[in-house]
Design a protein around this ligand. Structure first.
Ligand code: LLP
Length: 420
């Protein structure tokens, strides 16, 4: 069994408390309250550097795009810009945050399967480098709104279905995303774009899914995409999707192995002259983040199970409910104690399905303990919500023992602020 999926450098200090990014998480809970998302800045940087180094060793014609839906936080955009990454935004909101963080517009790639008029206007007004075209209706809209020339890639659904949860695989034929390869729609879209006076087609894009461990399907996707290529194709964007460890049993491929496979596949099928783009989200930020909660209730139902309720739940982590995602948990103020009590960690929401982790072994959980769930850095904050009027947790960056609030906790006043 592998280790807990903590950020690198996480340790148990002399008090028996977990330390993330050099910060004692029990002290952070006391200072900033719970629930809270904590991030190891070093882990984010080292994952970004692993991507950059894996490509740099092979080519200088590449871009690594931070798929910002995984952690749309201005400070995260800023951090990945510093590391030399470009950025994938999938809405006007993400585009606004990328620009606010100082992203050079030429390094922004705009996605979305239903871009609105105002989002397309924002793309034009801010000088976004590339737009990834997703539908025939969008081509019409772009031609009406944009002055051009606007560089675009075309999103193709290559008909490859990797083994992951069906809700997060997007490359199969029956998908709301992009143009299907199999029925000739993608070829028609390319013909249409090559005729466009406003849109300048420069490349191809696919994204076949997320939390993928089995990387072979990427090779098949690249091979089928290549059947569409022509002289105009200077850029091949092979999407994101590399999985991470959520539990001790998970064994995802290394970033380097994954980059190698995608790089080799593009070289084999597209030759040496195309620029390669990847769009990692989860694998940049997932294991960098942990969530801390306070235990409020321990309810033992003899012969059935023990529920340990914490002060968050499906408002800060929807993934267990949406995807049956499995997490680890640990009592962070007694991290060195033996985990010998099998319990179910529940949230505080008015819903029986509000279960964060079922049947997990913890060190005799008690009211007031700080419970930590690792690997919540991707799609936790970004899918948080206000169910039951729950204010959303702060995002705190931890580095060398310094904790910085980069998104403050939502307040009850915030909940009333939009009342008209
Ligand atoms: N590029 C495109 C076009 C995407 O749609 C996505 C994710 C990515 C890149 C980044 O994929 P990643 O490297 O993070 O796997 N909410 C779900 C994940 C949905 C992913 C959507 N698209 C979850 O919590 O698992």
């Amino acid at each position: 069994m592998a280790a807990m999926p903590y950020p690198a450098g996480t340790l148990t200090n002399a008090k028996g408390h977990l330390e993330v990014g050099g910060c004692d998480v029990v002290d952070l809970a006391a200072a900033f309250g719970t629930p809270a998302y904590l991030f190891s800045v070093e882990e984010m940087r080292s994952r970004a550097r692993a991507y950059m180094a894996a490509f740099s060793a092979r080519t200088d014609d590449f871009e690594v795009l931070f798929a910002s839906k995984a952690l749309p936080v201005t400070a995260a955009y800023r951090l990945f810009a510093q590391e030399g990454l470009s950025v994938d935004v999938a809405s006007g909101g993400e585009l606004t945050m990328a620009l606010a963080a100082g992203y050079e517009p030429g390094r922004i790639y705009m996605h979305g399967n239903n871009k609105t008029d105002s989002e397309i206007e924002l793309v034009g007004a801010s000088g976004v480098g590339h737009l990834i075209v997703d539908s025939f209706d969008e081509i019409e809209r772009c031609e009406r709104i944009l002055e051009g020339p606007q560089d675009v890639l075309v999103r193709v659904t290559p008909g490859i279905k990797p083994s992951t949860h069906s809700f997060i695989s997007t490359g199969q034929v029956d998908s709301k995303f992009g143009f299907a390869l199999e029925d000739g729609t993608a070829a028609r879209a390319i013909e249409r774009l090559l005729d466009s006076k406003t849109l300048n087609l420069v490349g191809l894009h696919f994204h076949i899914g997320s939390q993928i461990f089995e990387i072979e399907p990427f090779r098949l996707a690249v091979a089928s995409l290549a059947t569409l290529s022509g002289d105009w194709c200077r850029t091949v964007d092979v999407g994101g999707g590399l999985g991470i460890s959520y539990t001790q049993e998970d064994e995802p491929p290394e970033i380097e192995t994954y980059v190698d496979l995608k790089f080799e596949a593009v070289r084999e099928h597209f030759g040496d002259d195309v620029r390669i783009l990847v769009e990692p989200g989860r694998s940049l930020v997932g294991t960098a983040g942990v969530t801390i909660y306070t235990v409020g209730t321990v309810k033992e139902i003899p012969g059935v199970r023990t529920y340990v309720a914490v002060d968050g739940g499906m408002s800060d982590n929807l993934r267990p409910m949406l995807y049956d995602a499995r997490y680890e948990a640990v009592i962070a103020n007694r991290a060195g104690d033996e985990a010998d009590h099998v319990v179910t960690v529940a949230g505080s929401h008015c819903e029986s399905g509000d279960i964060l982790v079922r049947d997990v072994a913890l060190a005799d959980p008690k009211v007031g303990d700080i419970l930590l769930t690792p690997a919540t850095g991707a799609y936790g904050h970004s899918m948080a919500n206000n169910y039951n009027g729950m204010p959303r947790p702060p995002v705190i960056f931890c580095e060398d023992g310094q904790a910085t609030i980069v998104v403050r906790r939502e307040t009850y006043e915030d909940l009333l602020a939009r009342d008209a």
